[in-house]
Design a protein around this ligand. Structure first.
Ligand code: GLN
Length: 268
């Protein structure tokens, strides 16, 4: 069969179909547009059809390819970690703005997953000392692989939120994109291939955020900042958590789609 026929028969959006076929053929994606008549060997065609079936059954493209671009860099991903989302680049941008106001800041990313946030911070702010935690050993391994592949130096800790860190460790900046989808949210039905513990707290969506915000002041230097990602409708509730924990300069920022997704505050 020709590449053009395989792509058309796949029933996938052309961009996704080309993304799956090009690496199997060992050609750049553009070659599939320029030369749709190129012949695909039978075994390669069969491998493509198998990937198409998995994609059509809902597996994220990133898992089928094994990587996803985040903040301009390729991150290895497996089903052990959440697929990096473009909206999370907002967390990186806002954290960088705070980090750059310090000479040699210490920052920790709680629940680092693929490491996309922590590695991006380390590479964009070389003056920062970057720490990252996760309760999943498999996730920490992927984050460490990503750090090594991209040339970032980080310290990793296994455990839940702040409990993972050495007693007494304090930071200028704490960031987290915790699981914030509420149990029973219909949105979860379309996310069954990603790790459930990375998406939902199994409760009202605020359980992890509550714990992180409440414990952050004891781990922040005076003047230090906490930045968390949350759901588009959780802004008011998260700001109340920040107020209750004694933060000031509390503000919520919107992602590129205009959804309020990130709240930050400063420890007085
Ligand atoms: N933003 C993700 C989603 O809506 C959820 C990520 C998270 O829970 N941290 O699919």
């Amino acid at each position: 069969m020709t590449a053009g026929e395989l792509l058309a028969d796949s029933g996938l959006p052309p961009l996704e179909a080309r993304a799956l076929l090009a690496p199997l053929l060992g050609v750049p994606r553009e070659s599939l547009i320029a030369r749709p008549a190129q012949t695909v060997p039978r075994a390669t065609g069969a491998a493509f059809v198998a990937l198409v079936a998995r994609r059509r059954a809902g597996e994220p493209l990133a898992y089928l390819l094994g990587h996803r671009e985040f903040h301009g860099r390729p991150f290895r991903v497996t089903p052990d970690v959440l697929v990096p989302r473009p909206e999370t680049e907002l967390l990186v941008e806002c954290a960088l703005a705070v980090l750059r106001t310090h000479a040699a800041p210490r920052v920790v990313d709680l629940g680092t997953g693929s490491g996309c946030i922590a590695v991006s911070l380390a590479l964009e702010c070389p003056a920062a000392q970057v720490h990252a935690s996760d309760r999943s050993v498999a996730a920490l391994q992927i984050a460490a692989d990503n750090a090594a592949a991209l040339g970032a130096t980080l310290s990793f800790y296994r455990g839940d939120w702040f409990d993972a860190l050495p007693a007494g460790a304090r930071f200028e900046v704490v960031v987290s994109n915790p699981p914030y989808v509420a149990a029973g949210d219909p949105h979860l039905a379309s996310l069954t291939h990603e790790p459930a513990i990375a998406l939902s707290d199994g409760a009202d969506g605020l359980a992890c955020l509550r714990r992180i915000v409440a414990q952050a002041p004891a781990r922040l230097e005076s003047g230090g900042a906490l930045l968390v990602e949350h759901g588009f409708d959780q802004g008011p509730a998260v700001r109340r958590l920040f107020e209750a924990a004694g933060f000031d300069a509390i503000a919520t920022a919107a992602d590129l789609q205009g959804h309020p997704r990130l709240t930050q505050g400063r420890r007085p």
